[in-house]
Design a protein around this ligand. Sequence first.
Ligand SMILES: [Fe+2]
Length: 393
Amino acid sequence: MSSLDPSALQSQPVAYIAGPDVDAQQARAIATRIHCGEPLLLTRRGSTLGWIAPRQAANLPVAQQIRAAWLASQPILLPDCVHDQLTAHERHIRHSLRLMDAVLNGEELTELLEKNPYAMRLGSRFEILASSEDEGDPQEIETLEFDVLDHGEIIAENLWCKASWLSFEDDDDSLRFRFSFGMANYEDVAADVERELHAAALAEAVFPESTIITESSTLDTLLKAALEVPALAYVERIVYFNAPNGGAQFHQDVERGHLGVVFAQVHGRTGWLSLPKQSLLDEIQSFVTDANCAPLETLLPESESRLQLLKTCANRSALSDWLDETDNEPLELLLNRCPEFAQQLIEHGHAFILQPGDVIMLPQHDLQQCAWHTVFCLDDYTGEALSFAVRTV
Ligand SMILES: [Fe+2]
């Protein structure tokens, strides 16, 4: 196998152990028998997909492998890449977990950020203007608006920090803090690099552990080699707190002007299924074509939904378009709630386990060439992770 072959990264560091019907003791026995580490359950919002386990310690890929994988829209795991910086940020991470807990307990973000250490770090540079809650967005908890000041003069306006739930489920406490500006989800953010950089600095003032990514010389070197750019910036920052039973459904993060996303685990562990969109289409088509009807009948008891899935999957272009739509329930169920489909993805090498200090890079070239991904909390406590978009400057 050539060292430039992106599939070299797919050496299956994660093993499939068993389906959701197997209990922890049985899973442990299977994992031991096949010389794997601790079995971990992929479960999210009432859907349990099965047990996985680390098969071997993954190595840091070399720059040429990363470049080839990046061009092929493959997710790229960088084990231990930022591990050395975790100790220096222990206190910041502890503060952030406390902030997350306080928001979870209904405390107002405005009041929390007006106290130290936040007030001190926001200083005279970031002025809190207003707090609001968008009634039309049931996932939103609170949005704080900021101006940026330099010697008392406003130099940037309408930056925000938005705290949101990751789901509508009562038994999923996952939440995130997103930093951006202007009209959420409408603005061409990449066109205003100045404000993007101010929003990035705001994220760093609230979550100083952001420098785990931004000041990592290893990550900087690897990313520049992968992207073949002389300089880059980390923008559109999101700090995730994935709670037990939580995580993110399958999605992509394509955004005009951004090249991809880097995600660093700083506390707790997450499980991932991730692969290029074109590979995901292959996996869906082969699963639906090959599956004996049993998994699909359980997943989609209504024959109408089943037929819609079978019919659309027969046409790759129609399936590709359907994947990009938001209203695609039969497909969404297959992607997120079908243990047999998850098993296929895991057995084909598309699963990853992120420990504190690990980074995963997710190329996002365009809607056709991007790494799709889904995330699970692997612990019985809430973890923390940093998810930053990458752009040239
Ligand atoms: Fe994402």
